[in-house]
Design a protein around this ligand. Structure first.
Ligand code: CA
Length: 230
C-alpha cells in the first residue's frame, strides 16, 4: 500500500517516513500542499498523512480542494494546533482522522492501519484467506500453520493481494502501490517478488490473469493437506 506523506518539517518527516517504511508501506514524501494535491490527482495512493501547517497552501485548504475534486482516499491529519475548533474544522473539511503533535509513532501506525482497514471494508485487523493469515500490525504471516518470515516487499505484495481478495489487481496498480516515486526499481521487480512468493507459499496461489493482472486463488489457499494429496 502506498502512502502520501505531506510534512514540511524535515526531521519529523524523516521519522514518519522511516516508521511507515518499516511497517512495509511505500511512502512518497512531499513538503507542500500544491504538490500534494497534484499527487492525489495522479492517483495510485491509498492514504494521505497530512500536516496542517504547510507553506503556501495549508493542509486545511488541501483537504477542501482534494474533496471538491472528488478524491475519496482516507486523509489522516497531523497538527500542532491543539484547539478543538481546529480538529473540528479539519474533520468537517473532509479529514478522516486527526492526530495532535507531538504523537507516538506507534499510535500513528495504528491509526493508519485502522483507516486502511475501514477503506477496504474489513472489520477485523487480521487478513485471512483460507490457510493464509497476515497480521498487518505485527508484520507476521502464517501459511498452512507455519510462520513465514518474508522480506518487507514480499510482505507488502502479499498484503496487497489479500486486501484485493476476490478481485484481481492490475500489474500497473500493484507496481504503483509497492514502489514510491523516488525508488530506483528494476522493471522486473514485481515479477521477482511474485516468483518469490509463489516459491515460498504455493506455485498456484497467485494466478496471472493475462491482460488483467494478478489474483489470489482462494481454492488453493483453502485446500487442505488431504486435498493436496499430502
Ligand atoms: Ca508544518
Amino acid at each position: 500500500m502506498r502512502i502520501l506523506l505531506v510534512e514540511d518539517d524535515e526531521s519529523l518527516g524523516e521519522g514518519i517516513r522511516t516508521a511507515l517504511r518499516r511497517a512495509a508501506f511505500s511512502v512518497d514524501w512531499l513538503r507542500d500542499g500544491a504538490s500534494a494535491l497534484a499527487a492525489m490527482k495522479d492517483g495510485g495512493i491509498d492514504l494521505v498523512v497530512l500536516d496542517l501547517g504547510l507553506p503556501h497552501m495549508d493542509g486545511m485548504e488541501v483537504i477542501r480542494q482534494a474533496r471538491q475534486a472528488g478524491a475519496d482516499l482516507p486523509i489522516l491529519v497531523l497538527s500542532a494546533r491543539e484547539r478543538a475548533s481546529d480538529r473540528t474544522q479539519g474533520l468537517d473539511a473532509g479529514a478522516d482522522d486527526y492526530l495532535g503533535k507531538p504523537f507516538d509513532t506507534q499510535e500513528l501506525l495504528a491509526r493508519v492501519r485502522a483507516l486502511l482497514r475501514r477503506t477496504n471494508g474489513r472489520t477485523t485487523p487480521m487478513l485471512r484467506v483460507g490457510a493464509l493469515e497476515l497480521d498487518p500490525a505485527r508484520l507476521a504471516v502464517v501459511w498452512r500453520g507455519k510462520p513465514l518470515d518474508l522480506p518487507r516487499r514480499e510482505f507488502a505484495l502479499l498484503r496487497l493481494l489479500m486486501e484485493h481478495r476476490g478481485r484481481p489487481i492490475s500489474r500497473e496498480s500493484a507496481q504503483q502501490r509497492l514502489y514510491g516515486w523516488d525508488e530506483d526499481v528494476a522493471s522486473n521487480a514485481l515479477d521477482v517478488h511474485i516468483h518469490a512468493l509463489r516459491k515460498k507459499l504455493d506455485p498456484a496461489l497467485i494466478r496471472t490473469l493475462r491482460g488483467i493482472g494478478y489474483a489470489l486463488d482462494e481454492k488453493v489457499a483453502q485446500a487442505t493437506a488431504e486435498d493436496r494429496g499430502e
